[in-house]
Design a binder for this molecule. Structure first.
Ligand code: ZN
Length: 183
C-alpha cells in the first residue's frame, strides 16, 4: 500500500487526476492542526470502497502519529461505544420492568444518539422556518409566537437536548466544554 501524503495546508492545494485514476474530490483537513490529508497514490484497480478504506487508514495514522493524546482518547471512546452498542443490540431482544436496567439501557443509548446526530437546529433557524411557512397577515406574529415553543419542544424531544437531554450526556458535554481549547 502506498504511503498517504500529509503536508501543511497551503492556500489551494492542487487536486489533479492521477493517470491511475481520478483524484479524490475536495479536501480533508485535520481539525487539530489544519494539515491537508491526501489519500496517497491509489492502488491500481482498487474499487472505490478499497480506496476509501485506504484513505481512512491514512486518517487513523495521522491522528496516531501527530496527535497521540487525541488518538488515545478516540480509541477509548470507540471502545466505550462498541461496548454500549453491543449492550443495546442485546437488550433490544428484551422488555423489562426493571427501572434500574431500563435506566442503564438508556444511559448506553443516549450518548450514541447525541454523537450520531447529523443536524442541529438553532432557535433562529426554527424561527426562520416558521416565519417562512406562515402566510403574511396581521396574525402572523401571534401565530409564530404560538408555534415557536411547540417547534422548540419537538426539536428538543427528538434531538434529546434542552429539558430532554440525558443527564449523562449533559454531564459529558459540560465537562468537555470546560476543557475546550480554542485556537
Ligand atoms: Zn492533525
Amino acid at each position: 500500500m502506498s504511503q498517504p501524503t500529509i503536508k501543511a495546508r497551503s492556500p489551494k492545494p492542487p487536486i489533479t487526476d492521477s493517470p491511475r485514476g481520478p483524484a479524490f474530490e475536495g479536501l480533508t483537513v485535520c481539525r487539530l492542526c489544519n494539515a491537508v490529508i491526501g489519500p496517497g497514490v491509489p492502488i491500481i484497480g482498487a474499487s472505490p470502497t478499497e480506496r476509501i478504506q485506504q484513505f481512512v487508514i491514512a486518517l487513523y495514522r495521522h491522528l496516531a502519529e501527530q496527535h497521540r493524546k487525541e488518538s488515545d482518547r478516540k480509541e477509548q471512546t470507540a471502545m466505550y461505544l462498541a461496548a454500549a452498542i453491543r449492550d443495546l443490540v442485546t437488550l433490544q431482544h428484551y422488555t423489562t420492568d426493571d427501572s434500574v436496567l431500563a435506566a442503564a439501557i438508556d444511559a448506553a443509548r443516549a450518548p450514541v444518539h447525541a454523537m450520531t446526530r447529523k443536524y442541529a437546529l438553532t432557535d433562529e433557524q426554527l424561527q426562520a422556518l416558521i416565519a417562512e411557512a406562515i402566510p403574511a397577515s396581521p396574525f402572523s406574529k401571534a401565530i409564530e409566537d404560538a408555534a415557536m415553543p411547540i417547534a422548540r419542544k419537538i426539536r428538543d424531544l427528538l434531538s434529546e437536548q434542552g429539558e430532554f437531554e440525558h443527564p449523562a450526556v449533559k454531564a459529558a458535554r459540560e465537562a468537555s466544554q470546560g476543557s475546550v481549547i480554542t485556537s
